[in-house]
Design a protein. Sequence first.
Length: 170
Amino acid sequence: MGRSAGIENGVFCFKIAPTDHDINMGSDYYDLHHTVADDEVDAQAHVHNLRYLQWTLWAARDHNATAGWNAGSALSDGFGWVVRDHQITYRAAAVGGDEIVVRTWVSEVRRYACTRKFIICRPADETVLCRGSTRWVFIDLKAHRALEVPEEAKAALALRPNPPKLPWEK
């Protein structure tokens, strides 16, 4: 189903319409596969910490898209998710050429925000590179204020309070 968002009679709502191809709803985690490029490696010969953060943002974007969130449409309607805060604990370094997986899931939804957690790992040697979370707030971009997370958005989010298994775990 296609989704758009807007304010009707002072209330935020989703508009749902069928499309030619339904989107897979309900996946409770998402894996972004990435090969570390040489230009992601810093002067200390490992991946710079800001790259890990970028990867988590890409994974969140892609996971939201698979759940039916059309960021472009929402943006043109004046709505979006913005980061309130990040928490990251680094455990090991990635280097150029590493094949990594960013596994992300939504662990909690509150009135104005949701918490998305992530693990970045290197399956080749079963190493967890970092773990963390990001708190996202739903915003009316025109009024520059937080909005309550719409019930329709809550319903579309497949919550996973506990972390999924690592890619190499059965």
